[in-house]
Design a protein around this ligand. Structure first.
Ligand SMILES: *[C@@H]1O[C@H](CO)[C@@H](O)[C@H](O)[C@H]1NC(C)=O
Ligand SMILES: *[C@@H]1O[C@H](CO)[C@@H](O)[C@H](O)[C@H]1NC(C)=O
Ligand SMILES: *[C@@H]1O[C@H](CO)[C@@H](O)[C@H](O)[C@H]1NC(C)=O
Ligand SMILES: *[C@@H]1O[C@H](CO)[C@@H](O)[C@H](O)[C@H]1NC(C)=O
Ligand SMILES: *[C@@H]1O[C@H](CO)[C@@H](O)[C@H](O)[C@H]1NC(C)=O
Length: 425
């Protein structure tokens, strides 16, 4: 059976399949998955709604990422002193950068480890701490846990792998570079509203997620393509393939270089970041210009543009490229995505979804409990997360999508094969 499934999955390399898995509470939630072969990975984003007030560093630690990278992915001021210790409000929607790898024949992020706290259950970890990005079943399968009861307490300190959904789809959408955001549909969301807030179309969202109708239920996880800027660093560079979503920043070269994309055009543009204080000089060789410097001079033949640009992090060295060329017109100064202060409150009235406010009321259904252990704290290098009550969980509603109640009738044997793969997540 595994062999048959393997070859079916291999033949369907780029096919999107919407899978069905059980969430606690018998709500059927769907997740878009991408079958894959090989061992390549890509950059992806996880859409995460904070279940409690949390420090930037705590959100980053939860997902095994760097606080500055987390801030940069949300166009929040990552260079400000003490930025990692800022407290982000419960209900805030953030984009968490992750590596999307190919494991057991499907794309997923498998680097997150979570240590169970007293009173944690699979259900509270899945629906509370990880805000619906993982299901109790997926965590159980990934850790070969026997218990079938998602509400049974976990052993405090028990280390869990938490597989998280992501897709690569060749980091492109309609032949343009794209980074995919895994978005957990919230109560009150509609597909047209989600598409509009991410400046894409309902058709695109439906195509990417192989949806038969433009309907999604709370708890479903959609892959949303975000326009992005690509790099052309050589294979020898450790940041080969760097791709940055429009309107955001990425940090690379040991946090010594920051690269941004958009909003004016979709060309990647990198400058010194110096977040570490121990960054080497970033001067283009045989010149007096620094990384990111662009000079333009009008000549009779056109505009003579010379620039010192970033060429990748090779063997621990920041490589630079000095280039000159004639262009028909002189470029204006590079526009940078606007950096903002980390918010202290969540604006539910905002009609703007990306990057920082969830569509619709994040408090709908009382899905997110108030933190009951006071402020999160960081002590002695370890961190404590706020507790989550056992009564929480996504307030699901299936009434909008009655067709989803009979998923098995529409599953072909091909999909069943993939379901087997998926259940191994
Ligand atoms: C992958 O995306 C690139 C553009 O980002 C495109 O040129 C290439 O054809 C795509 N490959 C496949 C297999 O779709
Ligand atoms: C990039 O984002 C800006 C807003 O931040 C938007 O105005 C622009 O249209 C976006 N570009 C693309 C190609 O989506
Ligand atoms: C060159 O780049 C450095 C660092 O980004 C900047 O401080 C400086 O103003 C730039 N000089 C010119 C001429 O653009
Ligand atoms: C463009 O300017 C550079 C110095 O900035 C100079 O070395 C080069 O010869 C110029 N090229 C042309 C075509 O004018
Ligand atoms: C980079 O390191 C590799 C091995 O780690 C070595 O083969 C290569 O020569 C190095 N390249 C440079 C430019 O130092």
């Amino acid at each position: 059976m595994a062999g048959v499934c393997g070859s079916v999955a291999a033949a369907a390399a780029m096919v999107v399949v919407v899978m069905v898995s059980s969430l606690p509470g018998s709500v059927e939630a769907k997740t878009t998955i991408e079958p894959c072969t090989g061992s390549d990975s890509c950059s992806a984003l996880l859409g995460y709604t904070l279940y409690a007030d949390m420090k930037v560093s705590e959100v980053a630690a939860l997902f095994g990422t760097d606080p500055a990278a987390l801030l940069a992915a949300n166009a929040l001021d990552f260079g400000a002193p003490g930025a990692a210790h800022r407290i982000l409000p419960m209900g805030l929607f953030v984009r968490v950068p992750t590596r999307c790898s190919c494991t057991d024949g499907v794309r997923k992020s498998v680097s997150v480890r979570y240590a169970a706290r007293p009173a944690d259950t699979l259900a509270t970890v899945a629906d509370g701490v990880f805000a619906g990005l993982a299901s109790a079943d997926q965590i159980r399968n990934a850790n070969a846990l026997a218990s079938a009861d998602p509400d049974a307490p976990l052993d405090p300190g028990q280390k869990l792998v938490v597989p998280l959904p992501c897709v690569c789809f060749n980091s492109s959408d309609n032949n343009l570079p794209a980074v995919y955001l895994s978005y957990v549909v919230q109560v009150g969301d509609t597909v047209p509203a989600i598409a509009a807030s991410y400046e894409t179309t309902v058709t695109d969202v439906m195509n990417v997620n192989a949806m038969g109708s433009p309907i999604a239920a709370p708890g479903d996880i959609l892959a949303i393509p975000l326009p992005a800027c690509t790099s052309a660093f050589p294979k020898s560079a450790s940041d080969h393939g760097l791709i940055v979503a429009n309107g955001t920043y990425a940090l690379t070269a040991g946090n010594c270089v920051q690269c941004s994309c958009g909003p004016g055009n979709l060309n990647l543009y990198c400058t010194p970041a110096s977040l570490t204080g121990s960054c080497p000089s970033m001067q283009c060789s045989n010149s007096n210009v620094l990384l990111g410097n662009v000079s333009a001079r009008s000549t009779s033949a056109g505009c003579n543009v010379s620039s010192c640009s970033y060429g990748g992090f090779v063997n621990g060295t920041i490589t630079t490229l000095l280039s000159t060329g004639l262009q028909s017109r002189c470029p204006g100064p590079h526009q940078f995505p606007e950096l903002t202060e980390p918010p202290t409150t969540v604006n539910h009235d905002s009609t703007f979804l990306p990057p920082l406010s969830a569509p619709g009321p994040a408090e709908a259904g009382g899905a997110i409990p108030p933190p009951n252990s006071g402020s999160p704290s960081v002590q002695g290098g370890s961190f404590t997360l706020p507790k989550v009550s056992t009564a929480n969980g996504p307030a699901g509603s299936v009434s909008e999508a009655p067709w989803m109640n009979k998923p098995h009738q529409i599953l072909s044997s091909f999909i069943l094969c993939l379901l087997l793969l998926y259940s191994q997540m």
